[in-house]
Design a protein around this ligand. Structure first.
Ligand SMILES: C[S@@+](CC[C@H](N)C(=O)[O-])C[C@H]1O[C@@H](n2cnc3c(N)ncnc32)[C@H](O)[C@@H]1O
Length: 296
């Protein structure tokens, strides 16, 4: 495939949009990539080869889909906007290894669709330029669905990528960092200026690469309790851990019992949540969980 032929150029994109009289829907996060080099870099960050099947979320007019068709074995793409289906049929007509499914990714049974399509053995990777208005719900759904995927590589808003990949003692670190890093090893692959999109979004983007973990890095008794606890610890970032935890458990535990948990776990209550690493959150959440069970 030659550079001129790629969908992801300003000229070709404009031609396709004009041909179909397509108008962007802001409400669906439609910002299409018009720089093929960015997409090729994404292939590298994601480690796409012919030994890999790929899932794309939101193919748009097919700019990234085309690269996935060229570089991977086969592509399954979920697109919510029906108006894009005839356009994709046209732009991707020369590829026989792409299946477009007209479904909302948040409602699709991705696991079953994957299993039905690819009974075989090959590694499956997710690669997408996500609709930014639902970045976190999409990623959390993919992670919780326990799909047979090895990695997720997504273009998302730069600030959100930084929060997802953040480590302790930074201002970006929070409950989202813990949720993402509980399931994956997160790394920012590259920063992407807003000028490579049509129309241009208000913000810059980053490519975030998430390598699925086989096992979470910490042992947690109850995952729902753990994630709710971590959120509570970050509720008021400037306040101490003691303050946030006391507020969270004020209906269910005495002040003394809360203090005892901090002592048992050797955690100084004057620290702030952003100073705690995941192991410390897990230790505290497990101990609080046990206390609540004993109370019953
Ligand atoms: C940022 S654009 C990316 C388009 C294309 N992949 C590209 O890189 O140029 C996001 C795409 O996701 C689609 N989309 C939005 N919400 C969706 C949803 N809930 N399920 C599936 N696709 C969705 C939009 O219609 C749009 O095509």
């Amino acid at each position: 495939m030659t550079q001129q032929k790629a969908i992801a150029t300003p000229k070709r994109t404009k031609e396709i949009l004009d041909k179909y009289g397509f108008s962007f829907k802001k409400s669906l996060g439609q910002n299409f990539i018009i720089d093929v080099n960015i997409l090729k870099n994404m292939m590298q960050v994601a480690g796409i080869t012919k030994d890999v099947h790929t899932i794309e979320i939101g193919p748009g007019i097919g700019a990234l889909t085309e690269q996935l068709a060229v570089h991977s074995d086969s592509v399954l793409a979920f697109e919510i906007d029906q108006r894009l289906l005839p356009i994709l049929e046209d732009t991707l007509q020369e590829y026989s290894n792409i299946e477009v499914i007209n479904q909302d990714i948040l409602k699709a049974d991705v696991k079953k669709i994957c299993q039905d399509k690819w009974q075989n053995q090959k590694e499956i990777k997710v690669v997408a330029n996500l609709p930014y208005y639902i970045t976190t719900p999409i990623l959390m759904q993919l992670l919780l669905a326990k799909l047979p995927i090895s990695s997720i590589t997504v273009m998302i808003q730069k600030e959100v990528a930084e929060r997802m990949a953040a480590v302790s003692n930074t201002k970006e670190y929070g409950s989202l960092s813990i949720a993402i890093q509980y399931y994956t090893k997160a790394k920012i692959g590259m920063i992407v200026p807003k000028t490579v999109f049509m129309p241009q979004p208000r913000v810059d983007s980053s490519v975030l690469h998430l390598e699925m973990r086989e096992e979470p890095p910490v042992s947690v008794i109850n995952e729902d309790f753990f994630f709710t606890f971590v959120q509570a610890c970050f509720q008021q970032r400037r306040k101490t851990l003691r303050n946030n935890v006391s507020r969270h458990f004020k209906e269910s535990m005495t002040k003394e019992a809360i203090e005892q948990v901090l002592v048992d776990c050797h955690i100084d209550g004057t620290r702030r949540a952003e100073a705690l690493v995941m192991e410390e959150f897990a230790m505290l959440a497990n101990r609080f969980y046990q206390c609540m069970q004993e109370e019953r």
